[in-house]
Ligand binder design. Sequence first.
Ligand code: NAI
Length: 635
Amino acid sequence: MKHWQIERDENDLVWATLDRAGESSNVMSAEVLAEFRELLDQLDRSPPKGLIIRSGKTAGFIAGADIQEFTQLDSAEKGRVLIARGWDLFNRLAAVPYPTLSLVRGHCLGGGLELSLACRYLLAVDEPGTKFGLPEVMLGIFPGWGGMLRLPQRIGPTAALDLMLTGKTLDAKRAKRMGLADEAVPPRVMMAAARLLVQSGQPRRKLPLLQRLLNGPLKSIVANGARKQVAKKARPEHYPAPYAIIDLWAKHQGNALAAPENLDRIISSPTAKNLVRVFFLQERLKSFGKESAFKAKRVHVIGAGTMGGDIAAWCVLRGMTVSLQDQGLERIAPALKRAHTLFTRRLREPLRVREAFDRLIPDVSGAGVAHADVVIEAIFENVEAKHALFRALEPQMKPGAVLATNTSSLRLEDLRSVLKQPERLVGIHFFNPVAMMPLVEVVAAEGADPAMVQAACAFVRQIDKLPLPVKSMPGFLVNAVLAPYMLAAMRAVDAGVSAEAVDEAMLAFGMPMGPIELADTVGLDIALAAGKQLADGAEPPKCLLALVEKKQLGKKTGQGFYDWSSGKAKKVGAGGTAPADLAASLVKPLIDRTEKLVADGVVADADLADAGVIFGTGFAPFTGGPLKYRETAGQ
Ligand code: NAI
């Protein structure tokens, strides 16, 4: 076989190792499945004492189905064939008379987890890379190879739906705790443990009675709850897949072949194709920085305010040692408090929280500069202040270290003029809130050192963000496309449309948050300043000026377009009527500006612009991005 290595040992156990030819990671392509069918044929002829499935890749177990194969689905019939291929095969695997075991080290996602669920035993290797999940929903599809049938049987329907509807993953310990994995063992004993477990005859852990009821006669209760949860986040006309998952589980035992109408809906909607496109765009962003061997260990952040404090905490969370500088300890203290909250939420275990916190070093004197591989400036948005700082920083920095600014609106060309090596300054522009926003713009001014730009991209990857290389222009990509959109939204308010109606129109379009609520969240003073800089000299909207004059600056002051309490905007229904084409007219300036920025070379091409706008603003991912949307919707 091309992709599988088969070995029968002295105990008559068959070890099937998937090592997909010519690839660094395993996916369940049509060929891989066809060979697996052949293997089962062989084993039918001479059944072993047990079958152990494992991966021959250091990169992990199995990353999922072959996404390229989805992109070629242009009819419901082809979709049916693809589903039947895995569904039938894994049903067959689940029914073989000999015990089977999936030995999982590294990522075990989508089709890989469905294969594992069809085995009698699942043995997880407890190391940081081991992750279990069914992320199909994120690509606008469903786990049709038995995941919707077997995951609820294994861990109960509530937990299973939670995983299938969000795409989130579990590590080895949690997989064990939830009953997905039978055991979680360290790598050094994994082979022996696999041998023992597959021959143990140990019965599978039974689901508790309540979970069995919820997965049987009480299914509708769980399904209704899940539908309500999903409806809060995704509209069925934009994202049909999560609704299909709930229906297929509740009404068809997870068998997508029994409900062709669900499949038709998914195949005929452009959502899945666009989400797959977004997935590949994300992979493309991830590839930036790969050319550079740059690896940061120590980071120094100056300015412990909204941005600097959160950037420092994020870098620590991703394994760096970070010194955080500000004008006094009292300015650093609030950032440390926020960091502690972030670590506690993300790392959970007190020991890991402590370790992380130990890597975040308050540094009023700036002693960390001399040791840092990356220095990030995030002080007040003021040229003179930044100049003074850069003058002091440059002579202290290590020779190959990256010097970066987080500025939103100042020209890099102006900022770097005080440096002896001006070509070393790059922009590493994070978005607020840092922990939530996946995109980071990596800004290159004219004549910037390409090695520094690449090192900056590599650093952004190291901290698990998506780098988007952009040229130095006011607003770069993301803020520059948001400005005319926000302006149009506020002009609509000036024209008498209620804030609620404007926001509702854009939510219906598919934005994660309406533009007016977004302005309130960012702060109306900041929105006004950004608008002045980026709106080509247009008059600021009257509604915005009036609020800023009254010092009603949005969320941070408790009042803005909305009244805010406990971090939430109080909305009073969609008051008044909005013009039918409101969403189209608001989104048009954003798309126009995106086109212009591509034409001006601020981003390298239209695909990257779509990626940047999706990951930087949350622009409705199911549309495939603003330019893709214009192409398909003709708007
Ligand atoms: P901020 O006002 O919350 O924090 C700035 C911090 O810098 C303050 O704690 C201040 O004490 C400190 N600082 C000022 N001068 C200093 C110096 N010479 N040495 C040490 N510390 C000094 O500001 P924010 O919002 O965090 O912005 C920082 C930078 O990030 C600005 O360049 C801004 O344009 C940019 N930015 C802001 C975003 C936002 O949403 N707030 C988003 C993206 C970028």
